[in-house]
Design a protein around this ligand. Structure first.
Ligand code: ZN
Length: 210
């Protein structure tokens, strides 16, 4: 069953499909499913097993996006592309995709992500693209943990923040960017944070350093 929000749009269900201490989320309704972060390298059977347990068929997941191109967040992106899941890439993430190939070892069984066949867009264009697939929200740049880090914001108040940390826990050098990123997230009316690791939190839990 679908539920609509106060503006009559379909609210997104959020299903946690993580494993190995990393959170992945399938968001969507009966019309569209988007995967946020794409598994550890070489773990496709485990990923598919989690989907099965959560009653999600891979065919329903039409799109995937990666909060930042570290192995635990982007490891299966290419494997999933081969299975028909389109990869949304923000333009400023391209160099991080190339870098990921160089930091993985053969033992990781990482399938390198090809660059020519993604849905490439700017953060500015993300809202209209998401709207075209039935998702009310946008993707914003939220550096701090890494330069390519992005956050998916749903207008219903959810933010998928990847590894953006609490400013109280980051090194001095990352502090300013991290604070700016949280400020940008707050400005969009986010109430609930879905991180790449650890539990879902209410945004007020991050309020101490701003
Ligand atoms: Zn991570």
């Amino acid at each position: 069953m679908d539920f609509t929000d106060t503006m009559g749009r379909l609210a997104m269900n959020i299903v946690h499909v993580g494993y190995h201490s990393t959170n992945y989320y399938v968001i969507g309704n009966s019309h569209v499913q988007l995967l946020v972060d794409a598994g550890w390298p070489g773990t496709l059977p485990e990923f598919l097993a989690v989907l099965k347990r959560k009653n999600i068929s891979l065919q329903q997941i039409r799109y995937q996006m990666v909060t930042h191109y570290h192995p635990d967040h982007a490891g299966l992106a290419q494997d999933l592309k081969r299975l028909g899941v389109r990869l949304i890439v923000l333009e400023h993430q391209i160099s991080a995709i190339s870098l990921l190939k160089t930091i993985t070892k053969p033992v990781d069984r990482y399938t390198p992500i090809t660059l020519h066949d993604n849905l490439l867009m700017t953060t500015e264009a993300s809202r209209s693209f998401l709207s075209s697939i039935g998702i009310a929200g946008e993707i914003i740049s939220t550096p701090g943990h890494s330069a390519d880090s992005v956050t998916l914001i749903l207008d219903q108040g959810a933010a998928f923040t990847g590894d953006l940390q609490n400013p109280g826990f980051v090194a001095e050098s990352a502090m300013e960017l991290t604070v700016q990123s949280w400020t940008a997230i707050r400005a969009l009316g986010v109430t609930t944070v879905y991180p790449g690791h650890g539990p879902v939190t209410m945004l007020s839990a991050h309020a101490s350093v701003a």
